[in-house]
Design a protein around this ligand. Structure first.
Ligand code: CP
Ligand code: NVA
Length: 310
């Protein structure tokens, strides 16, 4: 697909414009519609994507691999443990080499700086498949899913309850770029970093969206169109598990909490979910949940991203 995104990296939604996000959504609709009719245009014939994983994954790994297969390309799964990274080869050198073999690199890392270094070293575009700072492919999928279910984005209120983590950061960047009112219900110690809040207020001033942070999850959820949560213990935070489970308990997305949202509010979770912790079975499997549509859309949105960038 020809586009101004060709050759660009996708490290964070803060690097995209509203028009570029809309372009990705248009391509997603086209590819999803074709796929539902059994058509898989071979837009990446002969192209290869390296997928570097420092952390475990179900959705990101499988959806990217299937996306490349649908588009006629090839995906290589590379566990960081099996690469020479393990014996100390630098990220930058790894990127310089991979970038000469493949047409794109998707990486899931701990430190965000690692995807920045990959992008610096690689000739081929780099896609962030989750870092400790942000999860842009998830964020794009989330807004695409909201658009499908609500028919619009601008002016909607999305409430995120729980940890101010990588997924929250993507929702904040994307939401304020796209003109949504983003509300966070999170304990003060777990708010997103100031750099995220500052960027969000710049985006909101242009888009007409907003960002508000509440300590009380009920206030965050009040009259929201979308209610979103994620794990209280992200990958790499296992040592803090005990404290986190205590602090976040009042932020559980339960039927009681959901009652404060609009009657037709949709419920979202990036998955994997910890049922009985951040979300109850009743809400996760209830009529307002679009969680598995959201998971499916990772495939369609990432096909668009790959077709536009590679
Ligand atoms: N949501 C998400 O990125 O899932 P995985 O960790 O399974 O890739
Ligand atoms: N916040 C979670 C998201 C997993 C997809 C984590 O980083 O582990």
């Amino acid at each position: 697909m020809r586009s101004e995104l060709k050759g660009r990296d996708l490290l964070s939604l803060r690097d995209l414009s509203r028009q570029e996000i809309e372009l990705i959504f248009e391509a997603t609709t086209e590819l999803k519609t074709l796929a539902k009719m059994g058509h898989f245009p071979k837009l990446l014939d002969g192209k290869t994507l390296a997928m570097v994983f420092q952390k475990t994954s179900t959705r990101t790994r499988v959806s990217f691999e299937v996306a490349m297969a649908h588009l006629g390309g090839h995906a290589l799964f590379l566990s960081a443990n099996d690469l020479q990274l393990r014996i100390g080869e630098t990220i930058l050198d790894t990127a310089r080499v991979l970038g000469r073999y493949v047409d794109g690199i998707m990486a899931r890392v701990f430190a965000h700086q690692d995807v920045v270094d990959l992008a610096e070293g690689s000739r081929a575009p780099v896609i962030n498949g989750l870092s400790d700072f942000t999860h842009p492919c998830q964020g794009l999928t989330d807004f695409y899913t909201i658009l499908e279910h609500k028919g619009k984005l601008s002016g909607l209120t999305i409430a995120y309850v729980g940890d101010g983590n990588n997924v929250a950061n993507s929702l904040i960047f994307g939401g304020t770029l796209l003109g949504l009112h983003v509300r966070l219900g999170t304990p003060s110690k777990y708010r997103p970093p100031d750099e995220v809040l500052k960027k969000a207020s710049e985006f909101a001033a242009i888009s007409g969206g907003s960002l508000e942070i509440f300590e009380d999850p009920r206030k965050a959820v009040q009259d929201a169109d979308v209610v979103y949560t994620d794990t209280w213990v992200s990958m790499g935070q296992e040592k803090e598990k005990e404290e986190r489970l205590k602090v976040f308990k009042p932020y559980q997305l339960s039927t009681d909490l959901l009652k404060h949202a609009k009657k037709d509010a949709i419920v979202m979770h990036c998955l994997p979910a910890h049922r009985g912790l951040e979300i109850t079975d009743e809400v996760m499997d209830g009529p307002q949940s679009v969680i598995f549509d959201q998971a499916e859309n990772r495939l369609h949105v990432q096909k668009a991203i790959l077709a536009l960038l590679l």
